[in-house]
Design a protein around this ligand. Structure first.
Ligand SMILES: Cc1cc2nc3c(=O)[nH]c(=O)nc-3n(C[C@H](O)[C@H](O)[C@H](O)COP(=O)(O)O)c2cc1C
Length: 190
C-alpha cells in the first residue's frame, strides 16, 4: 500500500452528454498526484429502479453487479455529481440503493471523496451533504476537506471543449486529490 499506485474509481452522477460534472471528472487524471490512478465506473444508467420484491425474485441484475464490483475492487472512490432539486440525482441514489442491499456492502470501509459542479451559486453543496449522509449510513469513510464545489460552472469550463479552464478550480481539485491520496494511505489496506 505504501508504494503501490492507488486504484481510485470515479463515479459521475450526471448522464448528460455535455455534463459539467463529467467534464470535471475528465479533468482529474491531469490534476492527480502520481500515486493515484483513476478509472471510470461502469454506467449505472440502465439499472432498474430498486424494488425489493424483484431483488428477492431475480437477485442483483448483471449491470448492478458490474457497478458494485468496480466499487468493491477500488482503493478509494471519488463521486462527481450535480445537485438535483437540492439533493442527490435519482439515478445515482438508485445505484447506491442497489449497492447497499448486499451482505457485504461495497462502500463499507471505503474512502470516498465528493465533488460537485452546478450552474448556480451553491455549486451542488446541498447534494454533497445528502450524499455524505447516505454513504455514512452504509459505512463509507468520508473524506472531509478540502472540498471541491464548482459554482457557476458555465464560467469555469471552456464553452466548446468543456475543458476545466478556471485556474483556482484546478488548484482546488489538485489539493483535494493530493489530500485524498494521503487519507486513503493513512487508512491502509482494506
Ligand atoms: C432535474 C434538475 C434539477 C436541478 N436542481 C438543481 C439544484 O437543486 N441545485 C442546483 O444548483 N442546480 C440544479 N440544477 C441545475 C444543474 O446545476 C445544472 O443543470 C448542471 O449543469 C447539471 O450538471 P451536469 O452539467 O453535470 O449535467 C438542476 C438541473 C436539473 C436537470
Amino acid at each position: 500500500m505504501a508504494d503501490k499506485q492507488l486504484d481510485v474509481l470515479v463515479i459521475c452522477g450526471s448522464l448528460r452528454k455535455g455534463s459539467y460534472n463529467a467534464a470535471l471528472a475528465r479533468s482529474l487524471p491531469a490534476l492527480a498526484p502520481p500515486g493515484i490512478a483513476l478509472r471510470d465506473a461502469p454506467s449505472f444508467a440502465g439499472l432498474p429502479v430498486y424494488n425489493y420484491d424483484e431483488h428477492q425474485a431475480s437477485g442483483i441484475p448483471p449491470i448492478a453487479t458490474a457497478w458494485i464490483d468496480a466499487i468493491r475492487s477500488a482503493d478509494g472512490v471519488i463521486i462527481v455529481s450535480p445537485e438535483y432539486n437540492w439533493s442527490i440525482p435519482g439515478g445515482l441514489k438508485n445505484a447506491i440503493d442497489w449497492a447497499s442491499r448486499l451482505k457485504e456492502v461495497p462502500f463499507a470501509g471505503k474512502p470516498v471523496a465528493l465533488q460537485s459542479a452546478a450552474t448556480g451559486l451553491l455549486g451542488g453543496s446541498r447534494m454533497q451533504y445528502h450524499l455524505r449522509q447516505s454513504l455514512t449510513s452504509i459505512e463509507a469513510i468520508m473524506f472531509n476537506k478540502p472540498e471541491v464545489i464548482v459554482t457557476f460552472a458555465a464560467k469555469k469550463f471552456d464553452e466548446k471543449t468543456l475543458e476545466l479552464i478556471d485556474q483556482p478550480t484546478r488548484d482546488m481539485v489538485k489539493q483535494q486529490l493530493a489530500a485524498f491520496e494521503k487519507f486513503v494511505r493513512r487508512l491502509g489496506p482494506r
